[in-house]
Design a protein around this ligand. Structure first.
Ligand SMILES: [Zn+2]
Length: 135
């Protein structure tokens, strides 16, 4: 088994979609391949988080707030509501979120540089003496 197949099967396994007869070859590969073991551990961690989201009930406090707002009639449907987040959606969201953070960080850094540059120019302009760089 190659690593590509192994990683695909790890995802299937975590989705409970891996046929039983493929379990043994997969775990045999995991036993001898550190890269795939690491992939397994990391992917499982993501799945655990996603599953928590998936099965989390609407918190009681939220439900009570809705009751206060006169939405008591919808209480039963709210109680039964689950956050259904598919694994791919969650992974995509996490990726998008990290991308957004990076974007904010990078644009923040650029802005800081621009502000610093503007400040430097303002200081230069207000200097009372000739720097000798002009003319
Ligand atoms: Zn491998």
């Amino acid at each position: 088994m190659n690593c590509r197949t192994s990683k695909e099967q790890i995802s299937q396994f975590l989705d409970n979609e891996l046929p039983k007869e493929l379990l043994q070859p997969l775990f045999q590969h995991l036993g001898g391949c550190e890269e795939c073991r690491n992939f397994f551990v990391q992917t499982k961690a993501v799945y655990d988080v996603v599953k928590k989201l998936e099965y989390a009930d609407v918190p009681k406090e939220v439900d009570e707030k809705f009751s206060v707002l006169g939405m008591g009639g919808k209480k039963s449907s709210l109680m039964n509501r689950k956050f259904t987040v598919s694994v791919s959606t969650a992974l995509y969201s996490i990726g998008a979120f990290i991308g957004l953070l990076l974007f904010i960080y990078i644009s923040g850094t650029i802005q800081e540089k621009q502000i610093a540059e503007q400040y430097r120019q303002t200081v230069n302009l207000s200097l009372p003496y000739d720097t000798g760089l002009s003319n």
